[in-house]
Unconditional design. Structure first.
Length: 215
């Protein structure tokens, strides 16, 4: 796309251009991280120019931060659309775990972004109030589930929402983050069709086992 077409695009549809930049940047950052991605690469695949990327996002760091915020926002927005309040607590938790498992499996780019942030000790995420706010929503959702479950006698007393979130994340995240190495060592049967259904069911069973009352 030539410069005249790019300028016409950002003038006529600035919101669409921003979303286009974010979509392309998300893909490239997930592949190569912050240091391995160049603004020129992003501009070449979008409807705008390098100059306008800086205009919208300030810097490559600013664009990377916005990519992370948008990725977390998408995950939490999807969770909030689950109709859990009308379900019995155990069924609601089972649905949340299965939803998280499938959501991570469908969005490996998000997992790669999180993995890259972990490599860099979450330097960018630590600067984001928005990401902390997004994830606070996930904890509040679990706190409400725990409250209802304990009141109904379905969950054991004393559960911690952050610990429960960690357990769900660990099971669902590993399924994507370690797929290449696990497949290389043990084959990829668990990552196809029935194998994924089995792992999803086992993840649900393991999480429910941690919240049920003891003997």
């Amino acid at each position: 796309m030539d410069e005249g077409q790019r300028q016409k695009g950002w003038k006529q549809d600035p919101a669409g251009v921003r979303q286009n930049i974010l979509a392309v940047a998300t893909e490239l950052f997930a592949q190569a991280g912050l240091s391995g991605t160049r603004i020129e690469e992003i501009a070449a695949r979008t409807r705008t120019s390098k100059r306008m990327i800086y205009y919208y996002f300030g810097s490559k760091d600013g664009l990377y931060l916005r990519v992370l915020e948008a990725a977390y926002d998408k995950v939490r927005d999807a969770e909030s659309e689950l109709d859990l309040a009308g379900l019995p607590p155990e069924e609601a938790l089972a649905r949340l775990v299965a939803f998280t498992f499938d959501g991570h499996a469908r969005n490996p780019g998000f997992i790669r972004l999180v993995m890259i942030e972990n490599i860099h000790m979450a330097e960018t995420l630590r600067r984001s109030d928005a990401v902390r706010a997004h994830n606070a929503r996930a904890i509040r959702l679990l706190e409400e589930l725990i409250r209802r479950g304990e009141a109904a006698g379905a969950f054991r007393p004393g559960l911690d929402a952050t610990v429960l979130h960690w357990e769900i994340s660990a099971l669902c995240f590993f399924n994507v983050s370690n797929r290449p190495t696990f497949s290389a060592m043990f084959g990829d049967a668990l990552f196809r069709g029935d194998g994924q259904a089995l792992l999803r069911d086992r993840a649900v069973e393991m999480v429910l086992a941690t919240v049920r009352p003891g003997p």
